[in-house]
Design a protein around this ligand. Structure first.
Ligand SMILES: C[S@@+](CC[C@H](N)C(=O)[O-])C[C@H]1O[C@@H](n2cnc3c(N)ncnc32)[C@H](O)[C@@H]1O
Length: 293
């Protein structure tokens, strides 16, 4: 079972014991959603772009009956989802961004270089190009930019060159092919804690799922949907995302029109004990804000 990250901190900032309507914009396996409902939220709407995640959330939230509603949607369409339900404002909102460990670990999703399978990587397999298709159609320059920007990979150019060469020799169709090609393209240094393919896999995943696109606009929409005294919590797992969240919350606070106050001067991070228990939590950063009363 997927263990939700920083649950204590999420509940402290969202304060669902107040009751009211909460939106989990990235419901995943439903771990946070369950905690929010158990703590006193009257009603919860859970969104996810991944139908497999929604099936898991449905099972996890079954005990709450009609208090929980699950919706297959991208969180960037939150306005549409709330409008369609006649919801003007919400009491709390959570976004636990990125991929879930379920997605990374489930066979057949093509996110992980730990097994060789078709290179898919789409969170929503009902739409869009797979990673293999995206790679097939991108030019070398685009690939280099993606790997450099989203993977913060210094050998991005070499890797992009290796990908284009492999493409003319039959394509990059599987996770194993991509991982081998990256490992060969990068000069060997001493022993490293992480696999050299990690950064490139992160980059391609962010690109294929357009993870950073519109994140700022989503946060602004979300903030505007908060009722007076409503709270929002955002958890990120890498610095590119955290930077966008930090700047967007700051500019919403500074703009003054939304009346948003940041509750976390610095991002909250998981305790040592949590990291020990759940190593995936290691890179988590949590930021929270409240709409003025
Ligand atoms: C880190 S997991 C969330 C785990 C969840 N908090 C839990 O307790 O199980 C992130 C989830 O967000 C979903 N997701 C990522 N980007 C999304 C988007 N733009 N719109 C909706 N869901 C998205 C992913 O499919 C994944 O299930």
């Amino acid at each position: 079972m997927h263990e939700p990250v920083m649950v204590t901190e999420v509940l402290e900032h969202l304060a669902p014991a107040r009751g009211g309507l909460f939106v989990d914009c990235t419901v995943g396996g439903g771990g946070h959603a369950r905690a929010i409902l158990e703590t006193g939220a009257t009603r919860l709407i859970g969104l996810d772009r991944d139908p497999d995640a929604l099936a898991q959330a449905e099972a996890a939230l079954e005990p709450f009956g009609s208090r929980a509603e699950l919706v297959h949607s991208d969180y960037r369409r939150i306005d549409e989802v709330l409008d369609a339900r006649g919801v003007a404002s919400v009491d709390g909102l959570l976004a636990d961004l990125g991929v879930s460990s379920m997605q990374l670990e489930a066979p057949g999703r093509g996110f992980s270089f730990r097994r060789d399978e078709p290179l898919d990587m789409r969170m929503d397999r009902t739409t869009g190009a797979t990673a293999a298709e995206a790679i097939e159609h991108a030019d070398e320059r685009t690939l280099a930019d993606v790997i450099y920007e989203f993977g913060e990979e210094r050998y991005a150019r070499r890797i992009a060159r290796a990908i284009t060469e492999a493409r003319s020799a039959g394509g990059v169709r599987t996770t194993g092919q991509l991982a081998d090609l990256v490992r060969r393209a990068i000069p060997r240094r001493g022993p490293s804690r992480i696999d050299p393919a990690t950064r490139t896999f992160q980059a391609i995943r962010i690109w294929v799922n357009r993870e950073l696109e519109g994140l700022d606009a989503f946060l602004a929409q979300a903030a505007r949907r908060l009722a007076p005294g409503g709270r929002m919590v955002v958890i990120t797992f890498h610095s590119l995302e955290d930077r966008i969240v930090k700047h967007t919350l700051r500019s919403l606070q500074a703009g003054g029109d939304v009346g948003l106050t940041i509750r976390t001067k610095r991002p909250a991070v998981p305790s040592e004990a949590e990291i020990e228990r759940n190593p995936r939590a290691r890179s988590a950063k949590l930021r929270a804000a409240e709409r003025q009363r």
